[in-house]
Design a protein. Structure first.
Length: 100
């Protein structure tokens, strides 16, 4: 495999994209006043995604697990659909997890 590209700040652009998408969904979730049962799960997993992105080398299986938990938690909230889609796209930039 080739080396990951880096931005002028030295950060992998996929990580930048992930951090941006996670930040947006966190903001939109915080601004969404309606309560729903799995809100805490979504908030916890978004925090986990952000922490993984900060390390600069997130584990693909863990990224995908967090994405599934977040989608399950907020998937029925149409107001968050666009921001959730952006997180999915950012996670997809890291590729598929290795085959077992």
């Amino acid at each position: 495999m080739g080396q990951a590209r880096v931005t002028s700040s030295g950060e992998d652009p996929r990580v930048t994209e992930l951090r941006t998408a996670v930040s947006r969904l966190r903001r939109e979730l915080a601004g969404h006043r309606a309560e729903f049962p799995d809100r805490a799960i979504a908030e916890d997993e978004l925090a986990a995604l952000d922490a993984m992105a900060v390390t600069g080398a997130p584990e693909i299986p863990r990224l995908r697990r967090s994405l599934l938990l977040i989608a399950g938690a907020v998937g029925s909230v149409s107001a968050l659909a666009s921001a959730l889609r952006d997180v999915r796209i950012a996670v997809d930039l890291f590729g598929e997890p290795p085959s077992r």
